[in-house]
Design a protein around this ligand. Structure first.
Ligand SMILES: Cc1cc2nc3c(=O)[nH]c(=O)nc-3n(C[C@H](O)[C@H](O)[C@H](O)COP(=O)(O)OP(=O)(O)OC[C@H]3O[C@@H](n4cnc5c(N)ncnc54)[C@H](O)[C@@H]3O)c2cc1C
Length: 505
């Protein structure tokens, strides 16, 4: 990195907002992509190398940095919270990391329009707390909300846990301002509505920082719900639980949350919340102790065996599959929707478990996903594959993906984010191998083959985590001819391929 580059950037943002410190360069060489955690264990501290990190303090400074990069041919990587799990924000080809977290202003809510204008670097939890203080909610609750930003949500088409009711981020954004590689700040959006031509806003949603840099956005907000009701039910089979979710959703009820945990996820949910004796039969505790003694690492080397055991005894051990549902809003509507749920549970021969298990899920919903480090510490790895599909494809995708995963890793699945036409499915995978090198091979082979399986079974590669580096090669297969359109757009917006190179395309 030349001293000149540093000086040029300091002239734009000030010396305190530029860093070439090795500790910062190491920290910004990764996001939350689990592959980099395996590399870390192999002793690779800097899988990719950022030359320099800048923290602009205004959209105008972002525009100046972009103009500087275009003129001098320097690569630029937009960086929000760095919570992405697909390697979308890593400096694959070096260059400048543009950390947007100083753009964290939250403007006044417009109570008549129920919207709020925010800058792109604001952290999700801070935004939600501020909205709550004013009697509103954003309705957007990604599990990572404490460490992800509005810009990152928009760039990766994020989904909150309650998106069945409030919508995904693409339903919540009505306009954005974006800095394009010519250094211009352009407003794109449908508010006030301009019903002409294609939607430019949709073009930037999910573009993962390869077409432009989002600097601010107008988001919908909702009055805080008058009532929230959580419920749980048990089903003897995954398919009857799925039918129940589909029917509730298609009947017009708007659950805020509806999840169906397969036998392994049901078991894990019980063990994570084991403090509640009623959820934790003695034998499950004893089995867990034995597994711990065997060593988690050893266990993860035999995914096939575990899968066979779970196939045979899974629903027995976990006492069926668990459905968690939530409704919120006006008290009378919530009551009516709850009744629809209970009637439908009965119709599909489920057992109502009451409110407590649902409330337990609500309390743990933002922490469960952060309990991966024991797996990495024990020498294994874990990751999540989240796909979406129409209802008619869901059973086949569940079976074929689980079969494919069981050849490599231990896996479980949760069906979530239901809509009238389909839903998302999250597959948690955990694996191990004798050496770290073999582990990397196993990680790559697992992803390669399972992405193929998803596409062949009629699913989409992602419901909300995006593409990044992880899924870029498979994206070509999923998009078909439309991939050429995406490549063409990239060439128009960023002819010199300076913006977040090596991602998506
Ligand atoms: C434990 C855990 C749980 C998670 N749960 C969820 C979940 O429930 N729902 C969900 O949707 N995701 C989830 N994620 C994934 C991740 O949090 C989301 O993808 C999130 O939207 C990323 O936001 P970020 O600010 O961290 O973006 P980053 O990781 O910093 O960046 C993501 C991508 O967006 C680009 N980008 C960032 N900011 C901008 C900008 N202002 N303009 C243009 N491009 C930009 C980056 O270049 C990169 O390509 C989870 C991740 C973890 C680790």
């Amino acid at each position: 990195m030349s001293q000149q580059l540093r000086k040029d950037l300091e002239r734009i943002v000030g010396s305190e907002a530029v860093s070439t410190d090795d500790r910062d360069r190491i920290a910004y060489s990764r996001d939350m992509w689990p592959r980099n955690m395996i590399l870390l264990r192999c002793g690779v501290h800097r899988p990719y190398s950022a030359d320099i990190i800048v923290w602009p303090g205004s959209p105008a400074q972002v525009a100046s940095i972009v103009r500087f990069c275009t003129q001098s041919g320097v690569k630029l990587i937009p960086y929000g919270g760095g919570s992405g799990v697909c390697g979308g924000a890593v400096p694959k080809e070096g260059g400048i990391i543009l950390d947007l977290k100083r753009l964290d202003a939250v403007r006044e809510i417009d109570p008549a329009l129920q919207t709020v204008d925010v800058q792109a670097g604001v952290i999700g939890q801070n935004l939600e707390s501020e909205m709550n203080r004013q009697g509103f909610t954003c309705g957007h609750f990604p599990t990572s909300m404490a460490c992800s930003t509005v810009g990152g949500w928009i760039a990766s088409r994020a989904a909150g846990q309650m998106c069945s009711l409030y919508g995904k981020i693409e339903d919540l954004v009505s306009k954005i301002r974006v800095v394009t590689m010519d250094g211009e700040i352009t407003e794109v959006g449908r508010f006030p509505w301009k019903p002409r031509g294609p939607s430019w806003l949709q073009l930037f949603l999910g573009s993962e920082g390869i077409l432009g840099i989002v600097v601010d956005a107008r988001l919908r907000v909702f009055p805080l719900p008058e009532r929230r009701a959580m419920r749980a039910a048990r089903f003897s089979s995954f398919s009857s639980g799925m039918d129940c979710i589909r029917e509730v959703t298609q009947m017009g009820a708007r659950p805020s949350v509806m999840l169906l945990l397969d036998p392994i996820d049901t078991l894990l949910f019980r063990s994570l919340t084991a403090r509640r004796a009623f959820l934790m039969p003695d034998f499950v505790g004893k089995a867990q102790e034995t597994l711990r003694e065997m060593g988690m690492n050893e266990l993860l080397r035999h995914p096939w065996l575990i899968r066979q055991l779970m196939k045979r005894f899974g629903e027995e051990i976990s006492a069926g599959v668990l459905l968690i549902a939530g409704f919120e809003g006006r008290g009378d509507l919530v009551e009516a929707e709850l009744n629809i749920l209970l009637d439908t549970v009965k119709k599909f021969r489920g057992t109502d478990l009451g409110e407590e298990t649902g409330n337990l899920w609500l309390r743990h919903r933002l922490t469960r996903a952060f309990r991966q480090s024991p797996v990495f510490h024990s020498g294994g790895f874990t990751d999540t594959l989240e796909v979406s599909a129409t209802w008619n494809r869901v059973p086949e995708i569940y079976t074929s993906v689980m079969n494919e995963l069981s050849r490599h890793v231990l896996s479980s699945a949760t069906l979530s984010h239901p809509y009238a036409h389909g839903c998302s499915m999250s597959f948690t995978l955990a694996g191990s191998a004798s050496t770290d090198e073999q582990m990397l091979e196993k990680y790559d082979a697992t992803w390669r083959t399972v992405m193929k399986t998803v596409i062949e079974s009629g699913g989409t590669l992602s419901h909300h985590h995006g593409v990044g580096m992880l899924k870029s090669s498979a994206l070509r297969d999923e998009m078909g001819n439309a991939f050429q359109v995406l490549s063409g757009l990239k060439a128009v917006f960023d002819a010199d391929y300076l913006l977040n190179p090596g991602k998506m395309i």
